[in-house]
Design a protein around this ligand. Sequence first.
Ligand SMILES: Cc1cc2nc3c(=O)[nH]c(=O)nc-3n(C[C@H](O)[C@H](O)[C@H](O)COP(=O)(O)OP(=O)(O)OC[C@H]3O[C@@H](n4cnc5c(N)ncnc54)[C@H](O)[C@@H]3O)c2cc1C
Length: 399
Amino acid sequence: MPHPRDVIVLGLGGMGSAAAYHLAARGHRVLGLERFGPAHHRGSSHGGSRIVRQSYFEDPAYVPLLLRSYELFAKLEHDTGRSIATLCGGVMVGRPESRTVSGSLRSARQWDLPHEMLDAAEVRRRFPTLTPADDEVALYEARAGFVRPESTVAAHLQLAQQAGAELRFEEPVTRWEVLPGGRGVRVHTTDDVYSAGHLVVCPGAWAPGLLAGLGAHFTVERQVMYWFRPRGGSAPFAPERHPVYVWEDAEGVQIYGFPAIEGPDGGAKTAFFRKGSPCDPETVERTVTEAESAAMAAQLRTRLPQLPGSLRKAVTCMYTTTPDEHFVLARHPLHPEAVTVACGFSGHGFKFVPVVGEIVADLALNGTTEHPIALFDPRRDALRAPHRRLATPEGETTT
Ligand SMILES: Cc1cc2nc3c(=O)[nH]c(=O)nc-3n(C[C@H](O)[C@H](O)[C@H](O)COP(=O)(O)OP(=O)(O)OC[C@H]3O[C@@H](n4cnc5c(N)ncnc54)[C@H](O)[C@@H]3O)c2cc1C
């Protein structure tokens, strides 16, 4: 018997909303299931801003995906009339040999991306809020900037619905199963049971429970975003004059931040890139302590001395990190006929949201994609080992 739907999308956060849109836009009957409301704040896709950049220090293999993502972000703005991306420029700062600087330069050179190398004096001259040490340099990329995550999710949900997708919110999936012979799936929620020809699983921080069969090590990490009101006012932090930044210190600790984009009293957002503590999405501590805010302020003091004026707010978010910090994006190895997975975005996935939507649609409908995704294979050995830079709740780093 044919299924009433072609594809069910589990999870309508960053990736799932994009997948639902691309699948529905190609004329398929889509059901999206989300445990919370639209563009909610309890997963990984909230907080007003996400950095986008192309000179990618993580690996040059991401660059073609980023180029496509930029095109799709622009199309999303065009198709919905929403303001999503602001390319205010970005600097990757650190010692020349740091991963942040050397890796960004490697990607820029390999893909011939427009960029400039600035010494410390030039950084201080062009961006007076930034005070790098004399032995630090920066790669400046004019096409870096930020996108708005909630608007991105809302835009994809809107377009998915316009293309005919049925989206159900406040309806958690309790379990899913593949029908005999891989001839479709059955998905159980708190309210009902649905069947479809194919299932796409985009569960964010809930991957360890919903995708245990992958046998991959996921570390769900609590991360904090801080908004500080700059001392002396936020004018120098306006997006017309202030870049986004990723800044690596001599110990390899990275911070990142944004211009002040939430009005004169909104503060400027900043955070540690990889200093989270393991958590469970059901019980994650949402309160941020004064000691945590003080540690953030201390890290800023020598680098952006004006920024840690007073703390406006601090909000938690979650990363779902794989041992090698690369994504998991493929047909499910145990259920290749019926299930596609998109998870383990390891704290750097948002800039890929639109292209992941396109890739998931390719994989779900055709079993393959023309985009280069070899790095994201769920069968790779690296996924079986624990995360090397796992931080304990006390902030100590284990080896
Ligand atoms: C503090 C912070 C800063 C970041 N900064 C950047 C950045 O600057 N640049 C960048 O590129 N990336 C950044 N990221 C990473 C990026 O935001 C994530 O990789 C991305 O949002 C992950 O999207 P997702 O769809 O996997 O997860 P989510 O958006 O969380 O979506 C998963 C969805 O699945 C739903 N779900 C889970 N279980 C069920 C169930 N049982 N039934 C139904 N629905 C379910 C959840 O409710 C959720 O809506 C950052 C992340 C954080 C937390």
